[in-house]
Design a protein around this ligand. Structure first.
Ligand SMILES: *Cc1c(COP(=O)(O)O)cnc(C)c1O
Length: 369
């Protein structure tokens, strides 16, 4: 590691030591906290920081940042698609894709728990002027028949259906994965009805690892794919939108309008390149850890239904002596952070910064409740 990188990493470590000191003083916990609230909470590893420090950079609005150019061409070829664009967030990559594929007044088909509908601030209406047709799916997944039934007829009274958006893995579905054959069936319906198909693949790599699938398979089926680098892959910032050369050219214009044109953001792109090279295969560890925690919860008197664990997200029902909030508070006293996502539902997300000993400590804590 270079001297500057070392000093930077050293400062980061001092900062986290300081934070732990504060926690100790205020009596939250004398042990390091274990943060299961989201896979967005990770800090860059020393190797990632080193890659960032060494990144060649330039002004990306001029198309002159070598690291961003490398990340974009690497992402496109990974999926066997023509082009890609680096953006600050997954919300932006999704919103740009929706804007690219629709005209104001069009309708987008998606599952009712979709991130694009639930957690992007009404962006489909705000940014694209499009309406949404929500489908009641199975843990975030929809079927080809449901898509077919929800396409509007060619009738002047109706918004014209132009886009289908899928999410894999499904966030609110508890990290659920599609069967690839079901995606192919949806693609058939899209082709027959002249609809574009977008993938919110914020956690696509979790699905690929869990189902032993490839990026190329997905590249062949979707018109656009959004991947997040700042979730399971562990970078501080960034998402990539991948598609055809024509679409990505249009996306570049829309990104500028959205205020997402960045300058020497190659430092962030370098983190993304490092993550794609080093942090994909290890997602299997996160999946195994999630299974272990689910097994510890199974059968406890305060635990109701546990959604099937397919990847790194665990959603379970809380009952009896705890509510979701009181269970989260009880765990927090012991330095374990989880998220109450509904009055009786808790979410645990496992990620790069969760070590085997953290899983053991969490399981011991669950057993002691
Ligand atoms: C996190 C996430 C996004 C993007 O979120 P940002 O915070 O804007 O990066 C998109 N879709 C899903 C399913 C997500 O979980």
């Amino acid at each position: 590691m270079g001297k500057k990188a070392q000093a930077f990493a050293g400062n980061l470590y001092k900062l986290s030591a300081y934070r732990l000191g504060l926690q100790y003083l205020f009596g939250v916990s004398s042990q390091p906290m274990i943060d299961f609230r989201s896979d967005t909470v990770t800090r860059p590893t020393p190797g990632m920081l080193e890659a960032m420090m060494k990144a060649p950079v330039g002004d990306d609005v001029f198309g002159e940042d070598p690291s961003i150019n490398q990340l974009e061409s690497m992402s496109a070829s990974l999926f066997g698609m023509q082009a890609a664009i680096f953006c600050p967030s997954g919300t932006m990559t999704n919103q740009i894709a929706i804007k690219c594929h629709t005209q104001p007044g069009d309708e987008v088909i998606c599952e009712k728990l979709s991130h694009i509908y639930q957690y992007e601030g009404g962006g489909i209406a705000f940014n694209a002027g499009a309406s949404v047709r929500l489908i009641d799916g199975n843990r975030g997944r929809i079927t080809a028949d449901q898509v077919k039934e929800n396409i509007n007829p060619d009738d002047v009274h109706k918004p014209s259906t132009t886009l289908v958006s899928l999410e894999n893995t499904g966030n609110r579905g508890g990290g659920s994965c599609y069967h690839f054959a079901d995606i192919q069936a949806i693609k058939e319906v899209c082709l027959q009805n002249n609809l574009k198909l977008h993938l919110d693949g914020a956690r696509l790599f979790n699905a690929l690892v869990a189902k032993n699938e490839t990026c190329k398979q997905y590249g062949e089926v979707f018109d656009s794919i959004s991947i997040c680098l700042s979730k399971g892959l562990g970078t501080p910032v960034g998402s990539v939108l991948i598609g055809s050369a024509t679409m990505i050219k249009k996306a570049r214009r829309i990104r500028k309008i959205f205020g997402g044109g960045m300058r020497q953001a190659g430092y962030l792109a370098a983190a993304g390149i490092y993550a794609l090279e080093n942090h994909v295969a290890r997602l299997a560890d996160d999946h195994r850890h999630t299974q272990q925690i689910a097994a510890a919860l199974q059968g406890k008197d305060f635990v109701g239904e546990i959604l099937p664990v397919e990847t790194n997200i665990l959603i379970f029902e809380v009952k009896g002596r705890y509510t979701a909030a009181s269970l989260a508070a009880r765990l927090k006293e012991q330095g374990v952070f989880v998220m109450a996502i509904a009055p009786t539902q808790v979410r645990i997300v496992v990620h790069l910064d969760i070590q085997p000993q953290d899983v053991t400590r969490t399981i011991d804590l669950i057993n002691s409740l």
